[in-house]
Design a protein around this ligand. Structure first.
Ligand SMILES: [Ca+2]
Length: 317
């Protein structure tokens, strides 16, 4: 018998958000991962809601044992910008879910990130940030010794050909805390970036949402309902067939990298300009000699992505 490969240890840094919720569910449903914990950050909605939503999602997945930590309640240098216009007042609008019974961990998310990376061998722990990068940047600033220990970072954020979704120039996660993003993009950690360029190709369609709804479990019903909720916003805005499921692209890439294609290029974050704050300036055409620092994903096999998602969500309660 071929021995099973050891599960990959990951920490998901998150601001749920319906698409964050789907990413967390996908990770918890996938035997490829040992999820060490969830670290919540302010983003789509303020921190008291994101940490609560993270716990709601753990309970939905039947994982009240998973440690959830609250982290930064504001960006490094900016006033928090939120996105209730997309996700609703709670961040997880859709069918009502019960308040979580599981407790929030007493320690701070940044301490958890630092301690966990210090406690594990180099290259053992992968970070999956799917919100503003404040917690990760704070951990790197406070404990530079952990930077070299991170196996890799697979994040959702940025945009190049699709430009912006919160301003004409910037994607939400990077816009909210561009200084934090700059720290992460310059950290030297192997970086895979899921920008809007790829997530806008991972659109929900009626048959794809019906497939979630027809799974016959509670998770499938919830994912279908959440998708219906935020779809109305994206359909109006983009005139597209459905809505992008941004954050689950990170987890799907870790499970099945062959679903995605991109380029290893230089990506810099704009922090100075008011007009283009948080823009990810991606050297897609390699017109500079700036050193590559990120694998910037541009395309996805959307049918394969939704097949993976549907197959895995079927394994949850
Ligand atoms: Ca998110």
């Amino acid at each position: 018998m071929v021995p099973r490969m050891a599960a990959r240890k990951i920490i998901i840094d998150t601001d749920p958000g319906q698409d964050d919720a789907v990413a967390i569910l996908l990770a918890l449903a996938s035997p490829e991962f040992d999820v060490l914990g969830l670290t919540a950050v302010a983003g789509n909605v303020p921190l008291p809601l994101t940490e609560k939503n993270a716990r709601i999602v753990c309970e939905l997945a039947g994982r009240p044992d998973l440690p959830v930590f609250a982290g930064a309640d504001a960006p490094l240098k900016r006033t928090l910008v939120t996105a209730e216009h997309v996700h609703g007042k709670t961040g997880l609008d859709g069918p009502a879910l019960p308040d979580p019974a599981m407790a929030l961990q007493p320690s701070h998310a940044v301490d958890f990130l630092i301690d966990t990376l210090r406690d594990h061998p180099e290259g053992d722990v992968t970070l999956v940030p799917i919100g503003p990068l404040t917690n990760i940047a704070q951990a790197f600033e406070r404990a530079p010794d952990i930077i070299g220990k991170v196996a890799e970072i697979v994040l959702m954020g940025g945009a190049y050909f699709e430009v912006g979704n919160i301003t004409p120039a910037a994607e939400f996660n990077i816009y909210v805390d561009p200084e934090a993003a700059e720290i992460v993009f310059r950290s030297g950690v192997p970086l895979t970036v899921m920008p809007l360029d790829v997530t806008h190709k991972a659109l929900t369609t009626r048959p794809r949402v019906d497939a979630f709804r027809n799974l016959g479990n509670r998770t499938g019903e919830m994912v279908a309902a959440w998708t219906d909720f935020f779809e109305r916003f994206d359909k109006e805005k983009y005139g597209s067939e459905g809505a992008p499921l941004h954050d689950p692209c990170t987890i799907a890439h870790l499970v099945e990298p062959g679903l995605f294609t991109g380029r290893h290029i230089n990506v810099e974050v704009e922090t100075q300009s008011d007009l283009t704050r948080g823009m990810t300036v991606a050297d897609w055409w390699r017109v500079t000699d700036r050193a590559p620092n990120a694998t910037f994903i541009g395309d996805v096999n959307a049918d394969g992505f939704y097949a993976l998602l549907t197959d895995r969500l079927a394994r949850l309660p």
